[in-house]
Design a protein around this ligand. Sequence first.
Ligand SMILES: [Zn+2]
Ligand SMILES: [Zn+2]
Length: 911
Amino acid sequence: MLNIGQTENFSKMDKSQILAKFSSDPERYYKVSLFEEKGFMRKSCTKCKRFFWTLDQTQSFCPEDAENNYSFIGNPPTKKRFDYVQAWKEVESFFVQNGHKSVSRYPVVCRWRDDLYFTIASIVDFQRVMGSKVVFEFPANPLVVPQICLRFKDIENVGVTGRHFSSFCMIGQHSVPNSQGYWKDKCIELDFRLLTEKFGIDKKEVVFVEDVWAGGGSFGSSLEYFVRGLELGNAVFTEFGGDLNSYSVLDQKIIDMGAGLERFAWITMGTPTAYDCCFGPITKNLIETVGIDVEPKLLQEYFTAISKGLRESTDLTQVRKSATKQTKIDEAKYNKIIAPLEGIYLIADHLRTLVFAISDGALPSNVGGGYNLRMILRRVIATMDRFGWNLDLKELADMHIDYLKSTYHELDETRNDVKTIIGIERERYGESKTRMKGIANTLKTQNKMLTVDDLIRLYESGGITPDFLKQEQIISEIPSTFYERLSSLHQSEKVEKKEILNLDGIPDTIALYYGEDPAEFEAKVLKVINKKFVILDKTSFYPRGGGQEPDYGKIAGFDVVDVNKHGNIIVHELKGGIPKEGQAVSCVVDSKRRDGITKHHTSTHILNSSSRNVLGSWVWQHSAFKEEDHARLDITHHSALTEEEVAKIEELANAKVKENITIIIQNFDRGTAEQKYGFRIYQGGIVPVKSVRIVSIKDFDVEACGGTHVKSTKDVDLIKITRTKRIQDGVVRLEFVAGKAAREYIKKHAEELQKQLHEKAVKEQRDKLREQRKQEAREKIPALLRQVYEPDLIALKDNKIYVFEVKSRKFVYTANDHYDEYFHINFGEELVKHDPRIVYCGVFEEGGKVRTIIHAGEEASKQNKAGDIAKAISQILGGYGGGNPRFAQGGGPNKSKKDEAINKAKSMVLE
Ligand SMILES: [Zn+2]
Ligand SMILES: [Zn+2]
């Protein structure tokens, strides 16, 4: 099944019932005019009973059960050989010649659906969300599109089965039956002619199998077409709405034909695998670089056996085993040829997926869709490590782009960005390897069986891929369910839940803010809910939305504290009172607040594009918040921003402000806007309405946006980034202010800077003075000593040195703040040397604490040990002290107890 564009909510049971019903009336559901004209026979498979249509009388098995399954390998059924790029050119020219418009591919990052990260089918391109419904919007009818689709569910098959890819090109042939478009007959006729006329496949080789498709509340018959067991395409005719019990014919029937371009190339080339003909020169180049001696015959046999084996079993290990047995490949040969080839195919495939995804603005990360991208890049590196290959991934990316650019020219424009991101991711993986090795070693010693849950935990918490564990020989095989489990874990993260208020019967509110936008207006109260919510017939109050905060103001004199939009109804939340239903009320919007919010909103657009210009094409708005006096913009970016980058972004933003660019707001039909501007317009997420409001700042920034904006960039006045921060893997936050808030910020910032500078100068002056005094004090030591020896009481008092003498005991102390540690140590030492009866106590402040230094002369220390005195003093000061009998020190934080401490020392010595 190629088509899985819609959510499949039909069970297998439902589908088999529908199939039984449709197949019981083949004339009505399956018999197209081509079958009639050419004489196709309807048969039931001898083995599985399914119905199929063929021109080959001898065939009694459906394509999946037929003997010639995969016999195109080594023996293609076409006269011409088309590689991947050429195959598309052929398909495209055929459909264009037959009245189709060829539409460029849509991004692989599905920006227009909020339930999908990646585009998984061509039909998804044309699905748009309207409320809770999915509608179809086709830019042309009929059309054909080479849509690259990303699918990560079957990733363990990639490189192994010969036909599974993590990304592939779905040839989408779409038609709506009306005056331009066609229905079943023409569709099948075209598909048949494409195979037989354009690709030269014998008409007897083409088999159509009856099937059905159901999903998203609709269903219809489908015809899958096969050549030699290979399903090339599936034409789905979406025709009915409802389910089997109750359904009706849809107003808009749709043909959704999806075919795999890789398979078209493969069947014409007949190479052992589709990988051999779909990556241009890359596969061959890698085989040569790595140095594998390929044996074409052996590979043909092996991969044919693999393809056939997959019909019987989905257990890859089992299929591999039986294929090697059948083709007599021993272990040595397997390790020499098959294993490295699988590695090469995987690398080529995964890199191609990364090229498309990064080019379309996705970043590898550990959240959301980025998750799968990081995982496949790590698989590439782990594979290289496992085989000891030193490949230049950037060079390989270049080769992919060179090969693909004739179909997808846009890849050329983002070439350097793609290589930058691959380089950064590879480096990061290298950095984390030491840590991973450590964890691997621990696991080895534990020697326990790892379950799929264990593996998922290891990857989720430590980024450790099972490929790495395999390489480290911790596990022997990667469980087949691992990647499926992992990708389903991260599938549903994108959908958010919204609260729904019951507003039945209330008409849509007329939004005045998109028109005249009066700050004062009269309105009628239509409804009051819960004594706080008010709904008016019309309003100028802008409701919260797209990150823009709501307007405040007054309704009938009561404060408006919140405004929200529910569908097209605007609900005001009031505080302090509420008007009556039916009442005519005067309303006033706080225009100062609105003005601030508006400036910040327009600045968000300017900064977003400035960031993308400065940093790279991977920058998208992740989310935004706009208030009256500040705002923030979260962008997708791989690393934290450097100061230089911030300065550059700010500089470019303000240059755009100065340019005074007129901001143009126009409404477009959604499809027209997408074709005209591309999907870059969806910076703020999907637009769930048919008409989009495009806000453009020349071609510098064009976004679909419902917010309020200034008339010209100069109205913003100034943008100042106040802070940036990496808030999650792959997302960086820019906090900023604009307009008056920016001026105020800068003024305040300048004042603060001035204040800081002043404080610094004052402190420096003070420190200098203190140093000076200390120096002077040191120089004064000899003079001061003399004053003590030959007591000069007046001089001593001037210097705050106090001498006490009681019965031949002497206590000298000073707490003069001009004296420092150096002074006290030297002064005290000299003092007690000269007179052994002296106890000297020096007290000073340092580092927010009171410190003390005690010297005891030889004689004095017999009475009072310096250590004891220091201990006693320190205790009073709330700290600790100690030392020997002659010298000690201590101190504590209690500055207010300084005098008490000195008195204690004094009394210890003198009493
Ligand atoms: Zn069958
Ligand atoms: Zn906006």
